[in-house]
Design a protein. Structure first.
Length: 324
């Protein structure tokens, strides 16, 4: 399907444009408010911290003016509190933009049946996603979460940032879009296709009793960039050398930023597409919103994502199709 196949009809577009017009009228007022709130609230807080620091100087050693231990603690507390203060300063802009998303999302994505939209909520399918697909993490954040049915199959799509925090360091594990869907034919175990890490994964797993075995697709370009691992070699081999390899080649052409990842576990399928951008981001509050320039690309991207998921979910289906 082409991008235009996902676009809403003229009547729906007129309704979306009317919502955008109302947003634009409010945006100008909110922009002006944020322009004074940020310097005033942030500035007052910084001035307050410096004022308290000046009082500390009365009790500090002459060689520790502005730099004594109490000063350092004050600066640390003030720095982290400033994030909260700044968040309150720009809150009217975030609230306005979020209210627009909630109004137009069901209209924009009219090709999704039974659509539900949530913001910064934990997706229901996330607990079932194998960490073998994403990599180990202990911190997760979610932005927009959309669920519904596309071409008859249920799905959940969400923006996720996953990271591993250890002490003071934090390592990014995954940032992008995850699509969870129901497979046509359940896979009797776990099969993951992930970016080749450069580590000797197979050797270490064998040495310490790991249960996942590595397979090769037979496609040189894929085997150079991907690791295929499974706990059910017999069921996985025809997929890895067949439809999964074909789907990954298509994925790399459609989403070239970083290699996409795929996981199949029972009736659950997961497609992880690393992306640096916020997928459903609107222009900043200082910029006007345009349906053609800002909304239509969002529709095309969503259509491409769901079409990709529809392709991936067919990986394990019998040749010739399968009943839905």
């Amino acid at each position: 399907m082409e991008a235009r196949d996902f676009l809403p009809g003229d009547g729906v577009i007129a309704g979306i444009r009317a919502d955008i017009d109302r947003y634009e009228a409010e945006r100008s007022r909110v922009h002006r408010a944020v322009m004074w709130r940020v310097p005033v609230l942030d500035g007052l807080w910084i001035a307050a911290i410096l004022g308290v620091a000046h009082l500390f100087n009365r009790f500090a050693n002459a060689n520790e003016q502005w730099l004594s231990t109490p000063h350092v603690f004050l600066y640390i507390i003030g720095f982290f509190t400033l994030f909260f203060i700044h968040g309150q300063a720009v809150k009217p802009a975030r609230t306005l933009q979020q209210s627009l998303r909630e109004r137009i999302m069901p209209l924009v994505f009219g090709f999704i049946e039974e659509m539900a939209y949530r913001h910064e909520a934990t997706p229901e399918s996330f607990a079932r996603m194998p960490q073998e697909a994403s990599g180990a993490f202990n911190r997760q954040n979610f932005d927009d979460v959309i669920s519904g049915r596309y071409e008859g199959f249920p799905f959940e799509l969400y923006e996720a940032t996953l990271s591993q925090k250890s002490g003071k360091s934090r390592t990014s594990v995954f940032k992008g879009v995850i699509v969870a869907f129901e497979t046509i034919t359940p896979f009797p175990g776990l099969l993951v296709a992930t970016r080749k890490s450069g580590r000797v994964v197979g050797f270490l797993e064998g040495l310490f009793g790991g249960s996942l075995e590595e397979l090769k697709s037979g496609v040189a370009a894929l085997d150079e960039n991907y690791e295929f691992r499974t706990d059910h070699v017999e069921a996985a081999r025809p997929l890895v050398t067949g439809r999964l390899a074909q789907a990954l080649q298509w994925l790399n052409e459609t989403w070239p930023e970083q290699p996409a990842r795929v996981a199949l576990k029972g009736s659950d399928g997961f497609l992880l597409i690393p992306l640096s951008k916020n997928f459903f981001e609107l222009p900043g509050i200082s910029q006007p919103l345009d349906y053609k320039a800002d909304v239509e690309p969002m529709i095309a991207d969503m259509g491409a994502l769901l079409a990709t998921a529809a392709l991936v979910r067919k990986i394990g289906a019998p040749k010739g199709g399968a009943p839905e």
